[in-house]
Design a protein around this ligand. Structure first.
Ligand code: UD1
Ligand code: CA
Length: 422
């Protein structure tokens, strides 16, 4: 990570050993998904995106499942018994030893924190030369969280857990998010002094704050502006809540960029989608991660824009349309009840109602290529692989199994016969 033009060594430790009993699931809670991406994968990507030089996941319960998702994107430490957050970090000690720099502590089940927030945390820690920088929040109802104890000067003194707090400490509204940036060497030194002599009999990571303060080491905090960022997932209701928060965050981002969203509540735009100005998104639309949509398009209602789609400008994707791995040229209309998969469609085309690409032969996915200015009649099947030239007309009801050259009309349907009724 580069801060003030200087390269700084930053590691991240992700706690991912938890049980997740309240999920009522055969799966580790960490592999449950928000917008198709596992919670723990979100956190790992976050760690990488802020510029971590090394990422360590402390795994335990159902660790094979977590490892199956993260593969070799992280290094692993193991925590077989959950003896507390301090104990969890100690399991990663072998990776921290001998290193100089910062270590960020994250949780596999706290997945929607913003990159900018974490960067601010690390930057403040480095610029202010703090040995521990906490990410805190102000909660109207702080019950259950560790409270931040500050002196009259506002300096952080310690964190007291709910179960260990006295009646005055319980009144404190500033809470510990559990996310920190530590100096690696001083964290390791402080961890040697933590003891499980508290109400829960656990090794508390939070105890290192007091230990550092007693040693005269400077500590500090960043108060998170948007409290939803530090929400965690413990049960299915929280999983839904976080999905909603992320959905609203993504929608707000696109609206800010000049996209009209008719119904915020039924629009699901996954991560990393690009949408051009003046495009209108109608209700009940799902747009998957990585999709690119141009300017002045009309999308929906009931559109399902799946992975790997690139849509030009002034394109209309109408109601009940599903597209996947598709490129669509400018001004083409895909108005209603259409499935396009593994296809390329040129500019100024019109795809008739009920058209489908038969892209899957049971073994392979095959491609349909349609040129510019195509007029595809209603209810056409393209049995891929098939290539259609420019300025082609396909007669309604055709099942196209062979290529159609440019400037041709393709017709492939039974000839109609009329028989007199008896
Ligand atoms: C912790 C903090 C508390 C903070 C709160 C925010 C401590 C002692 N307390 O409390 O100040 O307000 O988070 O949510 O750190 N975990 C492990 N191994 C363990 C213990 C925990 O991996 O041995 C993981 C859990 O799966 C969970 C996270 O660490 O993801 C937090 O653990 P938990 O025991 O729930 O801490 P809290 O009591 O919530
Ligand atoms: Ca907890």
């Amino acid at each position: 990570m580069i801060i003030d033009g200087k390269e700084q060594f930053v590691m991240t430790v992700i706690m991912a050993a938890g049980k997740g009993t309240r999920m009522k699931s055969r799966k580790s809670k960490l592999v449950h998904k928000i917008f198709d991406k596992e919670l723990v994968k979100r956190v790992t990507e976050l760690a990488t995106n802020i510029g971590s030089d090394e990422v360590i996941a402390v795994v335990g319960h159902l660790r094979e499942q977590v490892e199956d998702v993260l593969k070799d994107t992280v290094k692993y430490a193991y925590q077989d018994e959950l003896l507390g957050t301090g104990h969890a970090v100690m399991q990663a000690a072998k990776y921290l030893e001998g290193k100089k720099g910062k270590v960020v502590i994250l949780y596999g089940d706290v997945p929607i924190i913003r990159e900018t927030t974490l960067k601010t945390l690390v930057e403040k820690s480095i610029k202010n030369k703090e040995y521990a920088t906490l990410l805190t929040a102000i909660y109207e109802n702080p019950t259950g969280y560790g409270r931040i104890i500050r002196d009259e000067g506002g300096n952080i003194k310690a964190i007291v857990e709910e179960k260990d707090a006295n009646m005055f400490e319980k009144e404190i509204k500033e809470i510990n998010s559990g996310i920190y940036c530590f100096d690696i060497e001083e964290l390791l030194a402080a961890l040697e002094h933590i003891q499980p002599n508290n109400a829960q009999g656990e090794y508390y990571l939070t105890d290192v704050i007091k230990i550092m303060n007693d040693k005269g080491l400077k500590t500090g905090a960043v108060i998170v502006e948007d409290n939803t960022e530090i929400l965690g997932v413990n049960d299915r209701a929280q999983l839904e809540l976080l999905t909603r928060v992320l959905r609203m965050r993504n929608n707000a981002y696109h609206m800010k960029n000049g996209v009209t969203i008719e119904d915020e509540n039924s629009t699901y735009i996954h991560d990393d989608v690009i949408i051009g100005m003046d495009t209108v998104i109608r209700p009940n639309t799902i747009i998957k991660s990585g999709v690119i949509i141009g300017e002045n398009c009309e999308i929906g209602p009931n559109a399902y824009i799946r992975e790997n789609c690139i849509i030009g400008n002034e394109v209309k994707i109408g109601n009940c349309v599903e597209i996947k791995n598709v490129k669509i040229g400018d001004r083409t209309k895909v108005p209603h009840f259409i499935y396009l998969g593994d296809a390329e469609v040129g500019e100024d085309g019109n795809i008739g109602c009920g058209t489908i690409t038969c892209n899957y032969d049971g073994v392979n996915k095959n491609k349909t290529v349609i040129g510019d200015r195509a007029f595809i009649g209603s209810n056409v099947n393209f049995v891929a692989p098939v290539t259609i030239g420019d300025d082609v007309l396909i007669a309604a009801g055709s099942t196209i199994t062979e290529d159609v050259p440019s400037n041709n009309m393709g017709i492939a349907r039974e000839k109609q016969t009329n028989k007199e009724r008896k």
